[in-house]
Design a protein around this ligand. Sequence first.
Ligand code: PAF
Length: 290
Amino acid sequence: MHIFSTPAEMRAWSDARRATGRRIGFVPTMGALHTGHLALIADAADRTDDVVVSIFVNPLQFNEVGDFNGYPRPIDDDVAACEQAGVAAVFAPTAAAMYPTGFQTRVVPGPLGAVMEGPKRPGHFEGVLTVVVKLFGAVRPHVAVFGQKDYQQLRIITQMAADLEFGIDVVGHPIVRDPDGLAQSSRNVRLTDAERAAAVAVPRSLDAAIAAAGAGDAVADVIGAATSVIDAEDAALLEYVTVFDAITLIEFDDLADVPPMPGIARIATAVWFGDVRLIDNRDLFELSDA
Ligand code: PAF
């Protein structure tokens, strides 16, 4: 497995692979890899010939210094996990390599960035898009796989890749969950044992909301169902829960004209446990596995 630390080295390798007809799959990450990331790598491997994983904790997308400093960085474990997963190359640049002196360009999202996480985390999506464009330029992938846990991020990146004609197939991979339903996230390791136990309230709140939507309840009651599960958990502090159009991300204030079919409406939430902020989302009218 190759390990590259500058965009130029990364691009030279990718260009050489592309020249031989190989298709490059890309999984961008901030490291602290878990089985959710391994599922993205397996998905990319199924679609392409050579998988590249980037590991870069992007300072531009953090709007809180504490969150950036506290973000886990187990680089040796991450490299070993990539090797084990059959990754062809890891791109692990330094911040100085990505943003050398004089770097000044920013990529700004459109209206998709103005809702949900956007106002809560000023500058976050601008930082995400800027680094993703830079990573795409270095890795030059045919296919890039992102997790659906960051659903708004996935929508914004998909829109950007289409708007700017990148010719990159942006794929969303379903959320990977722990057995109790908690969505896998690099931030989960920062939860105390008590907070980790309490965090199951997040997927349960979405279960409750989905049940209410399935019963034909109004949006306020769907949101109320989720809210009461979170409010019943002392360790949890609800930041928001919202029901929205899966494509435009515009909030629904009425479900009367929304067809109860998969792919139309989603529910998302952000919940604090101590200083750890967890997000999750589901299709509001997903097909049950039963
Ligand atoms: O989802 C993430 O891990 C990050 O936002 C990404 C896409 C790697 C950009 O830094």
